[in-house]
Design a protein around this ligand. Structure first.
Ligand SMILES: [Zn+2]
Length: 169
């Protein structure tokens, strides 16, 4: 049994013929059938989608002149370099140079800061004398010790030795 070639029912056939003739207004009888038959309603939708809609009429040259018309509606504003003459540019440059030179000279004139942070230093750090050459004197002393005679060396060692602890007994 070949279902593909089964003819549609007679009501569907008449409705489809009406839809093919005019999908937008197939007639009252076809409209009544389309409300109850889903297949014919879908077919009508397909026919309606294939209908060519009339093109929207636009004036000739609408899209080609669109950028110009938009630009004409924008507020007219000339560029800055056209509004300012050469004399104005020269004046602005002179003002900038004067400000720069003034700032440079002011920085050179005031090298010492107006306010300097000071901390009260502890007294002991100020009282420690710091020799200019810390290691030089000690080397000289070592050389002096080496130059001593044996008797003088003994006397020096005796003087440097701490006194022996005296035992209580
Ligand atoms: Zn039908």
């Amino acid at each position: 049994m070949n279902l593909e070639f089964l003819p549609p029912p007679e009501a569907c056939a008449t409705a489809l013929a009406a839809v093919q003739a005019d999908p937008l207004e197939p007639g009252a009888e076809a409209e009544a059938h389309l409300k109850v038959c889903r297949a014919c309603a879908e077919t009508r939708v397909f026919y309606l989608a294939q209908e060519e809609s009339p093109e929207v009429l636009v004036p000739a040259g609408y899209f080609s002149q669109l950028p110009d018309r938009i630009l004409r509606k924008l507020p007219a504003r000339t560029a800055l370099h056209r509004r300012m003459g050469p004399l104005a540019w020269a004046t602005a440059a002179g003002v900038l140079m004067a400000v720069g030179a003034g700032a440079f000279l002011a920085g050179r004139a005031n090298r010492t800061p107006y306010v300097e942070a000071t901390l009260p230093r502890p007294a002991e750090t100020l009282e420690i004398p710091v020799p200019d050459t810390p290691f030089h004197d000690r080397e000289e002393e070592a050389a002096q010790v080496q130059a001593l005679s044996p008797d003088e060396m003994k006397a020096l060692l005796k003087r440097l030795d701490p006194p022996a602890p005296t035992s209580p007994r």
